[in-house]
Write a protein that binds this ligand. Structure first.
Ligand code: SME
Length: 165
C-alpha cells in the first residue's frame, strides 16, 4: 500500500519537494506512460490542496492528422476530450511551450470551461527533445489559487516525466 498523505501544515515548496520525490519513486523504472500519468495525477491531488481537477492532456492527432491535445489520466470531473493546439489555457501552453498561470479563468481569452466551478488554473508543458508531448493541468475553484512556487514545482515535475510518460 502506498501512503503519501502530506502533513496539512507543509508550505508550498515542501509540498512540491515531497510530490517530486513520490512521483520519482512511483514512476522510476515503470515504462507504461498511462500508469505513470495516472499515479502522478493522483499524487498531485494528494499534495496540492484546493484543486477541483488535476491531470494530463497528451499531444495526439485530429482526424486530419493535425496535432491536438487529447485527454489523459486525471482526477476530477469528466472533462473535454480534445483541445486544439492554441485553444484555451491548455492549448496556449501546448502552442507556446510555456507555463500558463491564470489567476482568473474568466478573463482568459478562449478559456474552455470543463467544470463551471473552476476559477484559476495552471498548465505546464511536458517537453521531450524540444517538442511538447503533453501538458499537466491543475484547476481550482478558488480565484488566484496558484503561485509562481506552484509553477516552478510543476515544471520540475514535468522535466522528470518527460521520458516517463
Ligand atoms: N480549462 C482548460 C480545459 C481543460 S479543463 O480545465 C480540465 C483550458 O482552457 O484549456
Amino acid at each position: 500500500m502506498y501512503d503519501f498523505q502530506p502533513d496539512p501544515g507543509l508550505d508550498t515548496a515542501e509540498r512540491h519537494r515531497q510530490l517530486f520525490e513520490a512521483a520519482d519513486a512511483l514512476t522510476s523504472g515503470e515504462p507504461d506512460p498511462v500508469a505513470n500519468m495516472a499515479n502522478v495525477a493522483a499524487l498531485i491531488w494528494e499534495f496540492v490542496p484546493d484543486l477541483n481537477w488535476a491531470g494530463f492532456y497528451r499531444m495526439g492527432d485530429n482526424a486530419d492528422g493535425a496535432p491536438e491535445l487529447v485527454l489523459g489520466p486525471f482526477v476530477g470531473r469528466p472533462a473535454c476530450i480534445r483541445i486544439p493546439v492554441g485553444a484555451g489555457v491548455c492549448g496556449a501552453a501546448a502552442q507556446s511551450g510555456e507555463t500558463q498561470l491564470v489567476e482568473d479563468v474568466h478573463a482568459f481569452p478562449g478559456h474552455i470551461a470543463c467544470d463551471a466551478a473552476s476559477r484559476s488554473e495552471v498548465v505546464v508543458p511536458v517537453v521531450r527533445k524540444g517538442e511538447v508531448i503533453a501538458v499537466i493541468d491543475l484547476d481550482s475553484a478558488s480565484p488566484s489559487r496558484f503561485t509562481e512556487g506552484d509553477a516552478r514545482g510543476l515544471e520540475k515535475l514535468a522535466r522528470l516525466l518527460s521520458d516517463r510518460i
